[in-house]
Design a protein around this ligand. Structure first.
Ligand code: IMP
Ligand code: MG
Length: 174
């Protein structure tokens, strides 16, 4: 059993999401069309639920789940959809909502697949971004926190499926 240490409190998470929502609201405020917000399961579901309730433009929601193989080997890692979207996105604005962008593999794959469906635009929002770990190029349009090192859990994020129910974000410590 690992120990955990808080890195972002519930209050800090909520104030960061409020600022993030203001940026996203101002980006889409003049949009004539609804935006399709895509939650990347499982990790992003808590963040997604809090964030979308602070967005004040026409919004539709959908979910995807991606599975990656060869974790740990990094190079040659393969990603597949284990659950695809249900809403067609051709000629629609799409906002991908992720928990963490780490190596970038997942968001890079998802953006490329969604782009083949000819959406009007695709933007990426992640709660946490770890730029020092990037292996694949990704454009991040909106993010909440930048983390340099360590493995974090809580607020939807897991370690071996545990800790998703923590209300705050913690670092795993030996
Ligand atoms: P990427 O494809 O390497 O960018 O990693 C994407 C996924 O790895 C994230 O959506 C998370 O599910 C998981 N992940 C990466 N770093 C962490 C972490 O520090 N804590 C929990 N999950 C993580
Ligand atoms: Mg994830």
């Amino acid at each position: 059993m690992s120990h955990i240490r808080e890195v972002f409190s519930q209050e800090k998470i909520q104030s960061t999401i409020k600022q993030l929502a203001e940026k996203i609201n101002s980006h889409y405020q003049d949009s004539q069309d609804a935006v399709v917000a895509v939650c990347v399961l499982k990790g992003a579901f808590v963040f997604f639920a809090d964030l979308i309730r602070k967005l004040h433009f026409d919004l539709e929601i959908d979910f995807v789940r991606l599975a990656s193989y060869g974790k740990g080997t990094s190079r040659g890692e393969k990603v597949i959809f284990s659950k695809d979207m249900e809403i067609p996105i051709t000629d629609r604005h799409v906002l991908i909502i992720e928990d963490i962008v780490d190596t970038g593999t997942t968001v890079n794959y998802l953006s490329r697949v969604l782009a083949t469906r000819r959406p009007k635009s695709v933007k990426v929002c992640t709660l946490v971004h770890k730029p020092s770990r990037r292996e694949v190029q990704v454009d991040i349009d909106f993010y909440g926190f930048e983390v340099d090192q360590g493995f974090i859990v809580g607020y939807g994020l897991d370690f071996a499926e545990k800790y998703r129910n923590l209300p705050n974000i913690c670092e795993l410590v030996e």
